[in-house]
Design a protein around this ligand. Structure first.
Ligand code: HEC
Ligand code: HEC
Ligand code: HEC
Ligand code: HEC
Ligand code: HEC
Length: 159
């Protein structure tokens, strides 16, 4: 009990990873889909200009789900959205404020940093929660370790 209290004070009660995760509109398992042989880039392609990894368009899911589990209530929901061209309102987990400049291409492609360094072992997870911080300290510690720039303007005053 005391330890939990000390930890919650140390890590700050306002951090989103302290909250119970909000359920996703459709329960999606990364573990199941990694086991089906899918690579991260199939659903999260880092395309020019490479700021985001993005969330998958529903039509990509239907490549398999027109056949796989097509009578499951969750897949029927997915199929309906795909047919109507609607977006599943996935609950976002990792987010930096607008005044922070972040690029997936720079990190995951150019610097060849593994997704797991910033998101944990996603491929083994049934349900995703925030496993790594998106705090300034987390960014700066890794930059220091890699001798990457840590001037304020690098992350805050870039076009
Ligand atoms: C390569 C094929 C493939 C693709 C593409 C794919 N899935 Fe799946 N999905 C599977 C397989 C295989 C299962 C496990 C089926 C089983 O349990 O028998 C599964 C299971 C599921 C389930 C659980 C269904 C249930 O009721 O048990 C959901 C929900 C789901 N997928 C959603 C998605 C979403 C959302 C996408 C797109 C972002 C997607 N899938 C893309 C193959 C795929
Ligand atoms: C079949 C498609 C599919 C594959 C393959 C896939 N993802 Fe995802 N990913 C999703 C969907 C759908 C969501 C939104 C639901 C959720 O958060 O579980 C998501 C969410 C995420 C998020 C959280 C995004 C946010 O809201 O901030 C991260 C991080 C992520 N995926 C990383 C990965 C990594 C790393 C891999 C490879 C190991 C991977 N994903 C493979 C479909 C996929
Ligand atoms: C250096 C840390 C870092 C690495 C490496 C990284 N991410 Fe991220 N990721 C983030 C941050 C920070 C955000 C929040 C970005 C924002 O709010 O604009 C994020 C957001 C996401 C999202 C939510 C949608 C989006 O693009 O904003 C997905 C999906 C995701 N990452 C997947 C991946 C995958 C897949 C990889 C590996 C190919 C990866 N990430 C590598 C830090 C990282
Ligand atoms: C796991 C390690 C790691 C984490 C965490 C990380 N970075 Fe980086 N970042 C790097 C590396 C390595 C480079 C590439 C440095 C180079 O090319 O010289 C880089 C480059 C950058 C650059 C370009 C720097 C330049 O000189 O042009 C920006 C901007 C940046 N990161 C922002 C962020 C932000 C914002 C976060 C936190 C949300 C973050 N990074 C988290 C390792 C990391
Ligand atoms: C490697 C990227 C990076 C560098 C370098 C960086 N910051 Fe930040 N900064 C962030 C991120 C990410 C956040 C958002 C943290 C959050 O979401 O709580 C942030 C937040 C802030 C905030 C918002 C207030 C707060 O909650 O702390 C201020 C002010 C700030 N930074 C000032 C600075 C100054 C001054 C410098 C130079 C000494 C600097 N930053 C260097 C990434 C960086």
């Amino acid at each position: 009990m005391a330890l939990v209290l000390v930890l919650s004070v140390l890590y700050g009660a306002a951090r989103s990873d302290d909250k119970a995760p909000e359920p996703q509109p459709i329960p999606f398992s990364h573990k199941v889909h990694a086991a089906a042989g899918l690579r991260c880039a199939f659903c999260h392609p880092i395309e020019e200009p490479g700021f985001t990894a993005g969330l998958p368009v529903e039509s990509k899911c239907m490549v398999c789900h027109t056949a796989v589990k097509s009578d499951s209530p969750d897949i029927l929901k997915l199929a309906k959205a795909a047919k109507a061209g609607e977006t599943i309102p996935w609950v976002r987990i990792y987010r930096v404020p607008d005044y922070v400049w972040f690029s997936h291409a720079l990190h995951a492609v150019d610097a060849e940093i593994e997704c797991a360094a910033c998101h944990g072992p996603v491929a083994t997870r049934e349900v995703l929660v925030q496993e790594k911080p998106t705090s300034m300290e987390f960014c700066m510690d890794c930059h220091a370790a890699h001798k990457a720039s840590n001037g304020c303007e690098v992350c805050h005053l870039r076009q």
